[in-house]
Design a protein around this ligand. Structure first.
Ligand code: NDP
Length: 243
């Protein structure tokens, strides 16, 4: 039977490439995007490649959109096999330095509303459909910015980059990954976090070494693991990362 996947923030960047690579595996992909014009444009590009994709309006910070997507998936497909929680924002402004003393509560709240609360709300809403899959997979696209291990390691290249709102939101997402994997340990569902690497996108800038297609690989691989694959891990290209 054809598998169904939902990718959030699939109109561009890593999300778009993730949707493309999953659809190339003969998976039917729902392209979540908050902007209808952008979402339909992405759908058109992938359909021109004969890929089975459908745009679905999804602002992950909008409870009505989440409810509509839940109802659409349950009504149209019954089960959801793969959820890629990719959508995120970077609102700190600067990557370099440490803005912990000055970052505004508005920036923190706006970041958490999308990167953390939106992702948690969407995932909880879709869990009943994911439970109906024979092999549910949840992939949280996180970041090494959220890793305590990296931020405590003075020799790590990312040590000097401490944008607090974005990093803290990804730390919270990592905690969600560990706790959800534990909560679902008696099910067939596997929940993992991945770091895509430093990728040429709006968030990563054009200075980054990896293309969006390369950045999508870690998430796609984790979405395709079999029943012997891991759960509750944080990795990039199969290499375990420190939490
Ligand atoms: P982009 O900015 O290119 O893509 C982000 C995507 O998220 C866009 O499609 C954006 O939509 C969408 N989005 C933002 N807010 C919402 C929302 N409220 N509802 C739905 N969609 C939303 O960045 P990337 O492709 O780089 O980011 C993808 C993921 O990779 C993120 O989770 C990011 O944190 C992570 N990551 C990226 C790295 C990099 O180097 N690029 C490094 C580590 C992690 P819109 O176009 O409407 O803004």
């Amino acid at each position: 039977m054809t598998k169904i996947a939902l990718v959030t923030g699939a109109n561009k960047g890593i999300g778009f490439e993730t949707a493309k690579q999953l659809a190339q595996q003969n998976i039917k992909v729902l392209l979540g995007a908050r902007n209808e014009t952008e979402g339909k444009k992405a759908e058109g590009i992938l359909r021109d490649l004969s890929l089975d994709v459908t745009y679905i309006k999804l602002d992950i910070s909008d409870s009505t959109d989440i409810e509509n997507v839940k109802n659409y998936i349950e009504g149209e497909h019954g089960a959801l096999d793969i959820l890629i929680n990719n959508a995120a924002v970077f609102l700190d402004g600067e990557w370099f330095g440490n803005n912990t003393e000055t970052v505004t509560l508005k920036t923190l709240r706006d970041t958490f509303d999308i990167n953390y609360f939106g992702t948690v709300e969407l995932t909880q809403a879709l869990l009943p459909a994911i439970r109906k899959s024979d092999a549910g997979r949840i992939v949280n696209v996180s970041s090494v910015s959220g890793s305590f291990g990296v931020h405590l390691d003075e020799t790590h290249w990312l040590y000097a980059l401490k944008p607090y709102a974005y990093s803290a939101s990804k730390t919270a997402l990592n905690q969600f990954t560990v706790f959800l994997a534990n909560a679902l340990s008696d099910s067939k569902i596997k929940v993992n976090a991945v770091n895509p690497g430093w990728v040429q996108t709006s968030i990563g800038s054009d200075q980054a070494p990896l293309t969006p297609a390369e950045g999508a690989k870690s998430g796609v691989e984790m979405a395709l693991i079999d029943e012997n694959g891991p759960t509750g891990t944080f990795s990039q290209s199969g290499e375990i990362l420190p939490w």
